[in-house]
Design a protein around this ligand. Structure first.
Ligand code: NDP
Length: 332
């Protein structure tokens, strides 16, 4: 079977560290990379054996790509997705889908109108821990889920100390970077929808003035479940984790929120505490495989454009709450 022909939008760290390998492992062929910096684009293409480097999205689409992976800074996602949809090219877009909800809506609508697949690269829902948590909860393994707690904090690696800390227009800050992932993960694990957010944001001196480098948020879900999220770039010794406390049990996942598949999962109930066996695997490969399948008419992407829209809406509600000092509705 012919390999799906991909174009990379942006010569990026996430491509370098994870997505180029994931696309290839899932059976895709990367035919071109687009960068606004010609020299960087050429060097990147050479480093990863990509045949072509181009400077604009129309040029990229004219190379015959069938899908693009958009991993540019977040304010660029809308225009690039619309241009790809216009050219009949499928889109796997990074999170947050955009920096404004209206932009994300435009992206979902444009792809639907053009009949192309739009997926959001929320990798955590593809992991072994998320899958087992979802299964156990839906089977009633902890009774009624009541409270969730997420710690998605650590020290932002030095090589990422660029737009994430300094460029508000590009969607800097811990909320757009990390809270979106938490929102998507909880929606997936709980099969529940977020309704409102209350948040406090902090600048601990790492990000530029006016940009949060940590935040604590409370999210209320439709079922009544309350989730507490700690997202941040500044705490060197934090251990990531997810807890879901139910009426009959507690799921405890530790060291589980990174790009590397790892971590443990325990179930505590009247029967005592037992470790749940896990088969860890790369988070990104199943996402690309599901995207390939969706293009071929087999099922939906692991996280759709709508999923990306909702996780963005949660993050924007948290930001609005932090700015206003009041609770904010999730507007998706
Ligand atoms: P990068 O900073 O590596 O790249 C973002 C943009 O910055 C690129 O499109 C590139 O523009 C430009 N750029 C790249 N390197 C340089 C440089 N040395 N100097 C100046 N500009 C440069 O971004 P990330 O890989 O960290 O993130 C990209 C996207 O992926 C974001 O949306 C982010 O939120 C998301 N992400 C998602 C993750 C996940 O697990 N799902 C994990 C990490 C990031 P161009 O080449 O077009 O000129």
């Amino acid at each position: 079977m012919a390999k799906l022909r991909w174009g990379l939008v942006g010569a990026t760290v996430i491509g370098r560290e994870w997505m180029i390998a994931a696309i290839r492992e899932a059976g895709g062929e990367i035919v071109a990379v687009m960068s606004t910096d010609a020299a960087r684009g050429r060097a990147y293409a050479e480093e990863f054996g990509v045949p072509k480097a181009v400077g604009t999205l129309p040029e990229l689409c004219s190379t015959g790509v069938e899908a693009v992976y958009i991993a540019t800074t977040n304010e660029r996602h809308r225009a690039e997705t619309l241009a790809a949809a216009d050219a009949g090219v499928h889109v796997l877009c990074e999170k947050p889908l955009a920096t404004r909800l209206s932009d994300a809506r435009d992206m979902v609508e444009a792809c639907a109108r053009a009949g192309v697949v739009l997926a959001t690269n929320h990798h955590l829902r593809n992991g072994a821990i998320a899958g087992r948590m979802r299964e156990i909860i839906s089977a009633g393994g902890i009774g009624r889920p009541l409270i969730a707690r997420i710690v998605h904090a650590g020290y932002l690696p030095e090589h990422l100390h660029r737009w994430r800390l300094h460029d508000a227009r590009a969607g800097a800050g811990a909320i757009l970077d990390l809270t979106v992932h938490d929102a998507d993960l909880l929606r997936f694990i709980l099969d529940d929808e977020p309704e409102a957010a209350t948040a406090f944001a902090q600048n601990g001196g790492l990000a530029a003035a006016g940009i949060e480098d940590a935040a604590l948020s409370l999210i209320r879900f439709r079922s009544g479940l309350l989730a507490q999220l700690f997202d941040g770039f500044t705490t060197r010794y934090a251990e990531t984790g997810v807890e879901v406390h139910g009426s009959e049990g507690l799921l405890i996942a530790r060291d589980c929120l990174s790009q590397t598949p790892r971590g443990t999962l325990a179930l505590r109930s009247s029967a005592g505490e037992k470790m749940i066996p896990l088969n860890h695997h790369n988070y990104y490969v199943p996402g690309v495989r599901a995207f390939h399948d969706a293009i071929a008419g087999r099922g939906r992407p692991a996280a759709t454009g709508e999923d990306g829209l909702i996780s963005l809406a949660v993050a924007l509600a948290a930001q609005k709450s932090a700015d206003s000092g009041r609770s904010a509705r999730v507007e998706a």
